[in-house]
Design a protein around this ligand. Structure first.
Ligand code: ADP
Ligand code: SF4
Length: 686
């Protein structure tokens, strides 16, 4: 640490109960979709954060008992002593790099459906389970509460055995029993655990006391607390009961980890919450009430913001989940004055979607995330070149940019040719749409890196054809020419019955809109068979520009895939607020003149919509013409990557570019032998 470092304050140690964090960088608990099902992979994710300089590295919510069974999701599990060895993997990996390991113990109450265990669901009062599973929870009686406290205490002891330094009591995200008891709409009890706030907080107080008593001699006891439900006077507010909870528990936890609920508010996307530090207003008074250290989050990627939060006394520790996923090495980079090298989270929540889908974590910005153990990938280190081969990457979208960046880091000579006037491909275009500005970080991070390297030549306005590639004489070519939106209306809902689209109909695609074309005056119908963000942001753009927009989708929700990124309700609300006419469960059947015909997805009953134009957001055609033309020219490497190989999300394109660069000149047999290491179930009886 150097005093000349303007961020030196962020590198100061912080005492947390009986343990000391070496600096102020704190990776708060976050899910990985790995959890108890893939413990080696999870341990490697956490170990990488420790290597990257985080002082505290937490795991994800960790079920303490079979009555809190989050199956089929892969969270942490510590039901009994047999779960301890898998957690040693993580604590060893974290300790190996000098960081503290934290565990987020949880009982999820009615948020757990207990689908694996078939155990009764527990809650403060009678109520349905939190998800759509048709099942109800039973109100806990006093004996149940005593049992719950015993489970929590025993789990804390097991967590200590597993090597954790910080042990959480978790009252957040509207997903845990401790918080459920605090919330009047979930707690209608008339005993000493219900009614007054003091009574509703009693259980959390007892859990904190129990945990201190069990493990407090050597482990810090943290409280993760959702101070505001973000529903105004309808729920807990930071300025009212949220503050009162902090006053009631003040110095009882060794650490306050404070955030907002529910998860969609805590992990808000940049589309709906553009600024980092967006939770500061909810946190700012906590430190005035407690003498214990406070950690807060809010998609903190800017060192200046971090510093100002510490200087202003908002927090003692800089909490991060997503920023630490996008760049596990933020602390090291700040320590070493490499601010430009920070790979900033773009707030797209693809990482969150992994957990919601029950698959290993992935990240748009950091293609190595989740691949540390199974593929042996490191976010900062890539094997050096194997030869002095020259490489050519054609197409400067996310796939081409990432491929070029990693080839250059390996030390190869790299030429990157882009047809248009700017780099970025779809990202450059999409980031100009409403709410997606932060996505340009995908381009910026890579271009900044590429421009600093002497072994890279960058060309825009360079649409290459087969002859030009042959003339260049580079024998190793990666083709990342992307894709374009189709105009015939074919998509997943219309595969069997292609829509009848008259030649004269005014049909546009997202490419047209992103290229600056506007529909003619009059109503515009947007048909979304893509189901994530694009159709919604185009609708928003056009409605804001004064168009009358009809949004048609064969799904029963707008942007239904965005359920996984926690954005769906916000998207639908925004379109409604913009006065957009939303037609769900409707399939496009024809566009004739100024009429679009749609049919009910269930009955087929047809309706006509008057519209001056139609925007089709259905599927994409891959741009493979150049690739096809290069087969006969004797190249030693010819690889099609990104959307040109398989149109998908930006995260997929970045991953494809990264993998191609890593696998370049890797013996094919080795690359093909196993795709990645697997954690195979042990058949030994337990
Ligand atoms: P991906 O997501 O796979 O990176 P994109 O569509 O975002 O794909 O980017 C592909 C890029 O390739 C676009 O910027 C496009 O202009 C560029 N491109 C397409 N064909 C050529 C070509 N023949 N020569 C150079 N660049 C090309
Ligand atoms: Fe950030 Fe998106 Fe990566 Fe998640 S997936 S960490 S939101 S860039």
């Amino acid at each position: 640490m150097s005093d000349a470092n303007p961020y030196a304050m962020l590198l100061e140690p912080v005492q947390i109960g009986p343990v000391t964090a070496r600096n102020r960088f704190y990776q708060v608990p976050h899910c990985t979709g790995l959890g108890h099902l893939r413990p080696r992979a999870d341990a490697a994710v956490r170990g990488m954060k420790a290597e990257g300089g985080w002082a505290v590295v937490s795991n994800q919510e960790t079920e303490i008992h079979p009555t809190s069974d989050l199956s089929p999701y892969a969270e942490g599990r510590l039901w009994d002593a047999r779960d301890v060895p898998a957690l040693w993997l993580m604590t060893d990996a974290v300790h190996a790099h000098g960081a503290l390991a934290a565990i987020q113990l949880v009982h999820n109450g009615n948020h757990a459906q207990n689908l694996l265990t078939r155990a009764p669901v527990l809650a403060p009062s009678e109520m349905s389970v939190d998800m759509t599973h048709p099942k109800q929870a039973q109100a806990m009686d006093k004996a149940d509460i005593r049992e719950f406290r015993r489970w929590h205490r025993e789990a804390a002891l097991r967590a200590k055995d597993a090597g954790f330094d910080i042990i959480y009591v978790y009252a957040g995200h509207n997903m845990t029993l401790a918080q459920h008891f605090m919330l009047p709409h979930m707690n209608q009890r008339s005993d000493e655990y219900g009614g007054s706030l003091e009574n509703r907080v009693r259980l959390t107080r007892e859990l904190l006391e129990d945990t201190h008593e069990a493990v407090g001699d050597s482990c810090a006891v943290a409280l993760r607390f959702a101070i505001d439900e973000m529903v105004g006077a309808d729920g807990m507010q930071a300025s009212e009961e949220g503050r009162a909870v902090v006053e009631l528990l003040a110095d009882l936890p060794d650490l306050w980890d404070v955030n907002v609920a529910d998860w969609s508010n805590d992990s808000a996307t940049t589309r709906f919450q553009p600024g980092d530090g967006y939770q500061n207003a909810f946190l700012s008074h906590v430190k005035q009430i407690t003498r214990k250290p406070v950690v807060g989050v809010g998609r903190l990627t800017s060192p200046d913001m971090m510093l100002s939060m510490v200087k202003k006394g908002i927090v003692d520790l800089i909490g991060a989940a997503r920023p630490s996923i996008a760049d596990p090495f933020i602390p090291k980079k700040i320590e070493e004055g490499r601010i430009d090298e920070i790979r900033e989270c773009i707030g797209c929540n693809i990482c969150v979607s992994s957990d919601n889908l029950g698959i290993p974590i992935r990240c748009t910005q950091n293609p190595t995330m989740g691949e540390e153990w199974r593929r042996g990938w490191h976010p900062e280190i890539i094997p050096p070149k194997k030869s002095n081969a020259d490489t050519l990457v054609i197409g400067g979208g996310p796939a081409g940019l990432e491929c070029a960046t990693q080839l250059a880091r390996r030390g190869y000579q790299v030429t990157l040719a882009e047809a248009s006037a700017e780099f970025g491909g779809r990202v450059a275009k999409e980031s100009k749409l409403p709410g997606l500005a932060a996505w340009s970080r995908v381009v910026d991070y890579r271009l900044i890196d590429l421009k600093q390297r002497g072994n890279v030549q960058l060309f825009t306005d360079s649409r290459l054809d087969g002859d030009q590639v042959a003339e260049l004489g580079v024998e190793h070519v990666f083709v990342a020419t992307g894709s374009h939106w189709r105009t015939d209306g074919i998509g997943r809902s219309t595969q069997r019955h292609m829509p009848q689209i008259e030649q004269t109909a005014k049909v546009l695609t997202p490419d047209d809109i992103m290229n600056g074309l506007l529909p003619p005056d009059g109503p515009v119908m947007i048909y979304d068979d893509d189901h994530i963000y694009l159709a919604g942001v185009i609708a928003e753009k056009l409605a804001t520009a004064g168009y009358q927009v009809v949004f048609v989708t064969p799904e029963s929700l707008v942007s239904t895939y965005a359920v996984n990124t926690l954005e769906q309700p916000r998207i639908q609300a925004r379109l409604i607020e913009l006065g957009i006419d939303i037609r769900c469960n409707q399939v496009l059947t024809a566009v004739k003149g100024d009429i679009a015909r749609i049919g009910c997805a269930f009955t087929g009953r047809e309706t006509d919509i008057p519209c001056a134009s139609t925007i089709l957001v259905t599927e994409r055609h891959r741009e493979t013409a150049l690739y096809d033309s290069l087969h006969g020219i004797g190249l030693k490497t010819l690889e099609l990557i990104g959307d040109a190989a398989s149109p998908g999300l930006i995260v997929d394109a970045v991953f494809a570019g990264h993998r191609a660069a890593r696998d370049f000149e890797r013996p094919k047999a080795e690359a093909d032998k196993d795709w990645f290491r697997r954690e195979i179930i042990d058949l030994e009886e337990t």
